[in-house]
Design a protein around this ligand. Structure first.
Ligand SMILES: *Cc1c(COP(=O)(O)O)cnc(C)c1O
Length: 464
């Protein structure tokens, strides 16, 4: 039986895995989720304990691909996706104290956890396009890390061009250079005059233009793409298994922006992985922590912080969670989201709010506490944390309920991606890994563009 995917807004057609990967956003504006979630028994999870990262990834991902992808192709795409990570464990755990562990997700080519999903998604898209004899145009918005990871996943792949919009002047120099120093002709960088949310809206509007979308075969690699969530489910299993799952449960604290990474943790839990606490760690852009605290999901302006990859106003993937919490009622979600667009806020039904607080804890960490956490961790362990990871650690310490369960903090970026903040907090400038040593010498390529749909469309059509 082939697993099908349905939209959170209820009216777009159900699609196969392949079609969902290509579609990104559903045609009714919703996000695709599996019609039924595959689950593992405790015995099956126990059987995963000796698996390498790629073996585990195959075991989990193959449950979601249905008949879409041949097993040998899937196996080799997964192997290739993680072959260029610079640590033999792929996602190693590092112990900070008796109960706290870092899950280092920054050993991929661009030094952030997004490589886990995008190395895979780039190969997957290319495979699907080749099979269909099609070409596609990838459009994406980035607050910093997605862009470089998406570019690294797509560069040189035959069947696609990639256009990445970043908010001009609002990403770190390392992040910008990782995107703009790529020389492959299928890579195009746009510095949009606006915020990350403007970039994200621009992507949404391009997709909403059905004529343009179909003519250029627009495809999204944002965290709304189901394949990204899927690839991220794997490391929750990997970390928990290493720490004794399924006999033991583990807690996770996850630095969160778009609710993608933490949603993957929620999926891992729903698939049967025993997870104790799932902690949403936000910086001052705290729409999610406020929602947990008050039951109202309300937009406020974006405040720039030292953890810029989480400087967002709304968390797109939250819609996937709401879909579950509202009993998978697509009509209800569609009308809530329409109202949210208009009112800039929505109030959860009382029972949904209770359910939300049952699944997650949340805390918002300001820049001062983030720096303090970097300094204290360096003092206590000699480890340098990037600011996003520090937000995760601080929130984990505040929210943990059961101190006997190991707490895994997702280390989402290498400290050298955010050298100024890390130096400011610890006095130490983290060194870039060897393969990026020449980053500041390479020539940059990007175009500064007004926040205007016609200009962006022209930019794309002139280059495809
Ligand atoms: C993207 C990113 C996040 C936030 O991840 P989401 O999936 O958007 O929640 C956190 N930390 C770093 C370093 C990131 O690049």
């Amino acid at each position: 039986m082939t697993l099908r995917y349905v939209s959170t807004r209820g009216t777009a057609p159900a699609l196969s895995f392949e079609d969902v990967v290509l579609a990104g956003l559903a045609s009714d504006g919703g996000l695709y989720v599996p019609e039924t979630l595959p689950t593992f028994s405790m015995a099956e999870i126990a059987g995963m304990q000796a698996m390498s990262y790629p073996e585990l990834a195959y075991t989990i991902i193959s449950r979601f691909t249905g008949e879409s992808i041949a097993p040998e192709s899937l196996e080799s795409m997964i192997a290739n996706s993680y072959a260029n990570f610079r640590h033999a464990a792929i996602a190693p755990l590092k112990q900070l104290d008796a109960h706290t562990f870092l899950l280092e997700l920054f050993h991929g080519p661009t030094l952030a956890f997004k490589d886990f999903a995008l190395q895979f998604l780039g190969r997957l898209l290319d495979h699907i396009l080749a099979k269909r004899g099609q070409k596609a145009v990838i459009v994406g918005a980035t607050s910093g890390d997605t862009g470089s990871a998406a570019i690294a996943g797509c560069l040189g792949r035959e069947n696609m061009d990639i256009f990445i919009m970043h908010p001009h002047g609002r990403v770190s120099e390392v992040q910008r250079r990782q995107m703009t120093t790529v020389a492959q002709p299928n890579v195009h960088n746009i510095a949009l005059e606006g915020t990350f949310d403007d970039c994200q809206d621009m992507v949404k509007n391009l997709f909403a233009d059905a004529k343009f979308r179909d003519e250029y075969k627009l495809t999204a690699v944002n965290s709304i793409n189901w394949a990204r969530i899927l690839a991220q489910v794997v490391y929750y299993f990997y970390a928990a298994l290493t720490l004794g799952a399924p006999a033991k449960s583990v807690s996770f604290s996850v630095p969160t922006g778009n609710f993608g990474d933490i949603f993957a943790g929620y999926i891992a839990k729903r698939m049967g992985l025993p997870i104790e606490d799932l902690i949403i760690a936000t910086n001052r852009n705290d729409i999610l922590s406020r929602c947990l605290a008050t039951g109202t999901y309300g937009m406020e302006g974006v405040v720039p912080t030292i953890s810029p990859s989480m400087d967002i106003q709304i968390s797109s993937n939250f819609e996937r969670l709401l879909f579950d919490l509202y009993g998978r009622d697509g009509k209800a979600i569609a009308s809530m989201m329409t109202n949210f667009r208009k009112d800039k806020k929505l109030t959860l039904a009382p029972d949904v709010w209770v359910a939300l607080k049952g699944e997650f804890a949340a805390s918002s960490v300001n820049d001062d506490d983030t720096k303090k956490t970097i300094a204290e961790t360096f003092e206590a362990t000699g480890e340098l944390l990037d600011p996003h990871t520090a937000v995760g650690l601080a929130a984990g310490q505040r929210c943990r309920r059961d101190t006997s369960a190991p707490m895994v903090v997702l280390a989402t970026a290498h400290p050298a991606k955010f050298p100024e903040a890390v130096k400011d907090a610890s006095g130490i400038t983290p060194a870039l890994p060897e393969h990026l040593k020449n980053l500041f010498k390479l020539k940059e390529r990007f175009e500064i563009t007004p926040n205007n749909m016609d200009d962006i469309k022209r930019f794309i059509t002139e280059r495809v």
